[in-house]
Design a protein around this ligand. Structure first.
Ligand code: ADP
Ligand code: ZN
Length: 518
């Protein structure tokens, strides 16, 4: 076999050109230098170690925390005629011994191994007289407490540099802020490493945020326009996954649920059917997606706000791997964020809770941003750009501010007139002059405020009321059935002693943006 990276690229992998960063990283590794490679998901990290593994004599070790991913990679390499194997807890003793024998006989080029297997001392002892040509540490952010996926086994991988000082190490990850990068270098002993940080921009993904009104029908409307296209809907809980999936199935969409509460068979079935396009939609918790490589995912919808920008980026990044136009839709409301904050604060591990609330604050800042979302996102990963992207909801349809004093007065008076004794829905019913049982029962149709907002939709008023909550003019009284109450700050507004700018509610943003630009 050739030892020239370009030849291997074309003859083994069938690709004509390297992608950004690959060639340089490969060159450094071949020269024996350690590397820290930070490249977004889907940008081709695997080739960065697979090609040197083939070019160098002997075998390479690849440490990966994900069993499913190892199997996948080994199968793909097998299909390309590369002798690869994996070593993890799914193998029995005889199978493990067999792999060591193959290694010893020089029959393997690439060995994937789970960190806990590698750290068992007899493994390192057994290979001590035929050290690996190189060591790749995939998902390297797992070494860091500051990362979003800390794994104690990973923190011990520093032993590799001591044990195999002559084998270059490449640490790879798709997500590492500055603190995490530092930990990777410290803990793995990579102080001389060549750093490659790729661009995190995914220009073909359009980022759109929609205010959450009636999320199920918003979802339905959206997916209807995407007939026969592949998509993922992420929800935060299993219960929510079930609920959303049932709704979609009831409305004749080909969808399936995926979460850790299902059996392995059920999950494999759902994943397989979706990969083969027998299903259009997979409704999933974050348990879904690691290592899955479906190129033509046209949209990723976040039904609930994710816990961090890392998660958001990782999950939306599963769209558009083929480079074609794709969309990432985030359904957002303030109340969701409050719930997440509350949950984070329940964590008894104070340090963990702090890391998480910090990360979540960045995520809500992205969701509430009034400037280009892509700039906010890239900036989070330390990538500076100065030009707005023209491919996110803010760029395509900038938030419009308007003089909201009159609307605010209508909403605040309605709350006041009905005795501050109801939640959002009834206030909106009164504003819009709805003829409901409750309106009749309390004679709210006789109030002066009844129907004063009937020229606007339910969603319009919900958006206005939420903004007033956010601005501190209304509070949601959780000690009283979540009824809406006026605060002191509402007074000057009611008396027209102040001005008030509000954001013009944008009811069906993605539908409009999609229409406009297609
Ligand atoms: P990552 O590990 O960064 O998420 P992968 O290594 O799985 O990404 O690569 C993503 C996809 O891109 C794979 O299908 C891979 O075969 C393909 N790929 C990688 N490098 C190239 C290249 N130079 N030319 C074309 N396709 C490539
Ligand atoms: Zn933008």
């Amino acid at each position: 076999m050739s030892t020239n990276p370009n030849t291997i690229l074309s003859s083994v992998f069938g690709y004509a050109q390297f992608r950004a960063g690959q060639e340089e990283v490969i060159k450094q590794l071949l020269a024996g230098r350690d590397c820290l490679t930070i490249m977004p998901t889907g940008s081709g990290k695997s080739l960065c170690y697979q090609i040197p593994a083939l070019a160098l004599p002997g075998y390479a070790i690849v440490i990966s925390p994900l069993i499913a991913l190892m199997q996948d990679q080994v199968e793909q390499l097998d299909a390309l005629g590369v002798s690869a194997a994996y070593l993890n807890s799914t193998l029995n003793f005889a199978q493990q011994e067999d792999i060591l024998t193959q290694l010893n006989h020089g029959e393997l080029k690439i060995l994937y191994i789970a960190p806990e297997k590698l750290l068992q001392s007899h493994f390192l002892d057994k290979i001590s007289n035929f050290p690996p040509s190189l060591i790749a540490i995939d998902e390297a952010h797992c070494v860091s407490q500051w990362g979003h996926d800390f794994r104690p086994d990973y923190a011990q991988l520093g032993i590799l540099k001591q044990q195999f000082p002559r084998s270059p190490i490449i640490a790879l990850t798709a997500t590492a802020d500055a603190a995490t990068q530092n930990d990777i270098i410290q803990l793995l002993g990579l102080s001389e490493a060549y750093h490659y940080v790729g661009s995190f921009d995914r220009p073909n993904i359009r980022y759109i945020q929609q205010e959450k009104f009636r999320p199920l029908s918003q979802l339905e409307q959206y997916i209807k326009q995407k007939k026969n296209q592949s998509g993922i809907v992420y929800c935060t809980s299993r219960k929510r996954v079930e609920e959303v999936n049932e709704y979609l199935q009831r409305h004749n969409f080909r969808s399936a649920a995926y979460h850790a509460g299902l059996t392995l068979d059920e999950r494999n079935w759902a994943q397989g059917a979706w990969l083969k396009d027998d299903l259009e939609i997979i409704v999933a918790t974050v348990a879904f997606g690691m290592g899955i490589n479906k190129p033509d995912v046209r949209y990723v919808i976040h039904y609930d706000i994710p816990r961090s920008i890392e998660n958001y980026y990782q999950e939306t990044g599963r769209a558009g791997r083929d480079g074609l136009d794709s969309e990432a839709i985030l359904l957002y409301e303030y109340a969701d964020a409050d719930r997440v904050r509350w949950m984070i604060n329940q964590n008894e591990n104070i340090q963990r809770a702090e890391v998480e609330s910090h990360k979540f604050a960045s995520m809500t800042a992205l969701a509430e941003s009034e400037t280009c979302r892509r700039l906010v996102l890239l900036n989070y990963f330390g990538e500076q750009k100065d030009k707005a992207c023209n491919n996110c909801d803010i760029c395509l349809d900038p938030p419009k501010k308007y003089d909201g004093l009159l609307d605010a007065q209508k909403a605040l008076s309605a709350i006041y007139r009905i005795g501050q004794s109801s939640g959002f829905n009834h206030v909106i019913d009164v504003l819009r002059g709805a003829n409901t049982q409750r309106v009749r029962e309390y004679k709210h149709n006789e109030l002066s405020v009844y129907g004063i907002g009937k020229s606007h939709s339910q969603e319009y008023w919900l958006s206005i009321l939420r903004q007033l909550v956010h601005l501190g003019l209304i509070r949601i009284d959780i000690t009283d059935n979540a009824h809406l109450k006026l605060t002191e700050a509402a007074r000057p507004v009611l008396r027209s002693e102040t001005s008030l700018q509000l954001a013009l509610p944008q009811i069906n943003k993605s539908a409009e943006i999609t229409k406009e630009t297609k």
